[in-house]
Ligand binder design. Structure first.
Ligand SMILES: N=[N+]=NCCCCNC(=O)[C@@H]1[C@H]2[C@H](O)[C@@H](O)[C@H](O)[C@@H](CO)[C@@H]12
Length: 447
């Protein structure tokens, strides 16, 4: 077995999920509704009217799912907590049954030798807080800090790797600018406010965690590297705008204490003069960064709103079911860019994966998904290339453990290395799951 792809000792091999996408039972045992409970039950907003009412029924099947993770040999599992399961109104009263669900899940993971990575916020804001303005209300920093404190007091020590937010860019761009995601706002003036408040809440939660917790906390961002379609000056500046908007908008304030200048150019009169003290709150020392990588973007200047920058389809490339180009080099480039721009902060690839059209489960329980195996193999090799180039990468979480609820796209897209039959809830490990288990077992050498 060649050591060509030997990964560092202690490198974590995991899979990632999110509460709303897999748990189901959104209102069980005293839980409160989230903005996704409401959004999905609003006619016309999700594919087929799909909701998270059942999803993968993980709220009831979690023991079997942990057993599945152990059988795959995972050494880590990234999941998120449903804020409104623990704090039904978002603040104040704690729901013991909600806290207990996550406590038992964590204990089962530890018992199976699997390191939990807990994400506090993966898009499912308590509806009661949305009624009070949600991320548009500056009080959200205090609400989120209170929630972080409740979780840290309950789980810190058993959970040693914490994440405040998952992908603030998607939360803002999807939920407040384009309206495709909950809470479904389409408002150029709200988006910067929600975005800035999310980062204030991130900073407040890090401070709150450090008052209670003794372990590691970080931020997870999606990075999509932008490559200019041509040397033309307008394509170069459009690429710069798109890069600042998607890739620097959150890491700059979190790690450097200021926004990239392009954001005022993009949003114009919709970009406020932020209070200087906000940046001291946002810029908290972090123990790691989580990078979610799916694809790249070849960018040119166009008339689109608000970026005036658009994607150029690559004729010879492979595209996934979500329309994303398969471009593993972009992951290496991204990891090196993060190190070059923000220093040698420890990194995890906290999500990477692809939706392809999977055939139905064949006789004997096989799901042949060669395109996903090829995608994962090439992206894991890209991670290894970044490690060889000096990046301090501590782990990789495949998105996703299970086929699950792909937000507004419902159940139409399958990202799992394990197939889920939503009618029976039968789990079937796909060929990609068996392949990944072998990679994990060999600590990467089987790549
Ligand atoms: N255009 N375009 N570019 C690609 C931009 C990717 C933005 N979407 C994500 O990163 C989401 C992340 C989310 O955490 C998870 O909850 C989602 O299920 C996966 C799959 O969608 C990914």
């Amino acid at each position: 077995m060649t050591d060509a792809f030997a990964f560092p000792d202690g490198f974590l091999w995991g899979a990632a999920t999110a509460a709303h996408q897999i748990e189901g039972s959104p209102l069980a045992d005293g839980a409160g509704p989230s903005i996704w409970t409401r959004f999905a039950h609003t006619p016309g907003l999700t594919h087929n009217g799909d909701t998270g009412d059942v999803a993968c029924d993980h709220y009831r099947r979690w023991k079997d799912d942990v057993r599945l993770m152990r059988e795959l040999g995972l050494t880590a599992y990234r999941f998120s907590v449903s804020w409104s399961r623990v704090l039904p109104e978002g603040t104040g009263r704690v729901n013991p049954a909600g806290l207990d669900f996550y406590s038992r899940l964590v204990d089962a993971l530890l018992e199976a030798g699997i390191e939990p990575l807990l994400t506090l916020y993966h898009w499912d804001l308590p509806a009661a807080l949305d009624d009070r303005g949600g991320w548009l209300n500056r009080d959200c920093a205090g609400w989120f800090a209170e929630y972080a404190t409740v979780m840290a007091k309950a789980l810190d020590g058993r959970v040693r790797k914490w994440v405040t937010l998952n992908e603030p860019w998607v939360i803002t761009d999807g939920g407040y600018l384009h309206g495709a995601l909950a809470p479904g706002h389409r408002n150029k003036y709200e988006a910067p406010i929600a975005s800035h408040n999310l980062m204030r809440a991130h900073g407040a939660a890090v401070q709150a965690y450090r008052a209670v917790g003794r372990h590691e906390i970080g931020l997870v961002v999606n990075i999509e590297p932008k490559y200019p379609a041509s040397d033309a000056p307008e394509d170069q500046t459009a690429t710069r705008r798109a890069h600042a908007y998607m890739n620097e908008q959150y890491l700059h304030p979190a790690l450097l204490g200021h926004y990239p200048p392009e954001l005022r150019e993009i949003f114009g009169d919709a970009w406020p003069d932020w209070p200087a003290e906000d940046f001291a709150l946002i810029r908290q020392p972090l123990d790691f960064l989580g990078i979610n990588y799916y694809t790249r973007n070849v960018t040119r200047a166009d008339g689109s709103w608000p970026l005036k920058a658009g994607a150029v389809k690559q004729p010879s490339a492979t595209y996934t079911e979500t329309g994303w180009e398969v471009f593993p080099q972009g992951l290496t480039d991204t990891l090196l860019w993060v190190r070059r721009t923000y220093g040698d902060i420890p990194l995890y690839v906290t999500e990477n994966g692809a939706a392809f059209f999977d055939p139905p489960v064949a006789e004997g329980g096989r799901v042949r998904d060669p395109l996903r195996i090829d995608y994962l193999r090439r992206h894991l090799r890209a991670v290894h290339e970044a490690i060889r180039a000096g990046c301090d990468i501590r782990g990789y979480m495949v998105w996703s453990l299970l086929d699950n609820l792909e937000w507004s796209l419902g159940y139409s897209k399958r990202f799992g290395i394990v197939h889920v039959n939503y009618a029976t809830q039968q789990r079937t490990v796909k060929d990609s799951g068996r392949w990944y288990a072998n990679v994990v077992r060999s600590h990467g050498r089987a790549l």
